[in-house]
Design a protein. Sequence first.
Length: 289
Amino acid sequence: MQMKTFKTVGVVGAGVMGVGVAQNLVERGMRAVLVDLSEPILAKARDAIRNSLRVAGMFRRGGASGADPEQLLAHIEFTTDYARLGAVDFVVENAVEKLAIKAEIYPRLDAVCGPDCIFAANTSAISITKLASFTKRPDRVLGMHFMNPVPMKAMVEVIRGHHTSEESLARGRAFLAQLGKEAVIVNDLPGFVSNRVLMLTVNEAIWLVQDGVATAADVDKIFRSCFGHKMGPLETGDLIGLDTILHSLDELFSAYGDPKFRRAPLLQRMVDAGLHGRKSGEGFYKYPV
Ligand code: NAD
């Protein structure tokens, strides 16, 4: 099947992941329409992409073209208007990890996007079949679980929902190839492969700190030095965002009704205190903002 190339792609949600996807798109010669709720959020996203493009340009990594960051930024339309997605034929949805919020977004996308447009849900844990049920095109909805930071990660976990068609999967693969990425395709159950395991690991590591078994630094050291992991579970939690970890655990808990997904009270307390990890400047560790 001859796949047409993607030129302009919709990106919903301009947080950690949406910013990474939009940056990756323009670095790879595409244009992006980036939608979020307010102008201040979009302004922050613009600054984050500008900074990241500058750093990428310095190191020429991840397919960075070496083009002027301002020129690349001009290929992103920052908007609060969903109607601007009317002309795109592929959307990556990266809104906050809450079913109630995503449940409102998909009917809006369904209303404004053309009938052939594919919706790729970048979710940590929510069932793709459930998200597809909020549209009239469940065959054109798939999961696209990008890794963070998006421009630097070459592999994506792609999820086949109950109704996802082979053609949609092929278009998803073609889209990822244009981004310089490969896909591992898995079937749909909440958390998929990666986060059904990872969320439990991060949560249990938080229980360890809460129970006073070890400090965060020592927990992470054991995973790095003894197991050869690049990052420990608490560093990983900070990178993902502790609020996103909490929402993902809640989604897994409600999907499976299994107490193994119960969140550590320390996680709830840190999120309530505004300690969301890297993006807020503090989680288990402190970061310059
Ligand atoms: P985030 O909290 O950093 O950003 C979410 C963004 O969604 C916010 O800017 C928020 O304003 C926006 N939003 C909320 N409601 C919206 C709406 N109705 N329309 C448009 N935008 C809306 O979250 P994130 O870390 O970027 O995660 C986004 C998605 O990607 C989540 O589903 C998450 O589980 C998934 N994910 C996250 C990671 C990670 O490492 N952070 C990795 C893979 C997948």
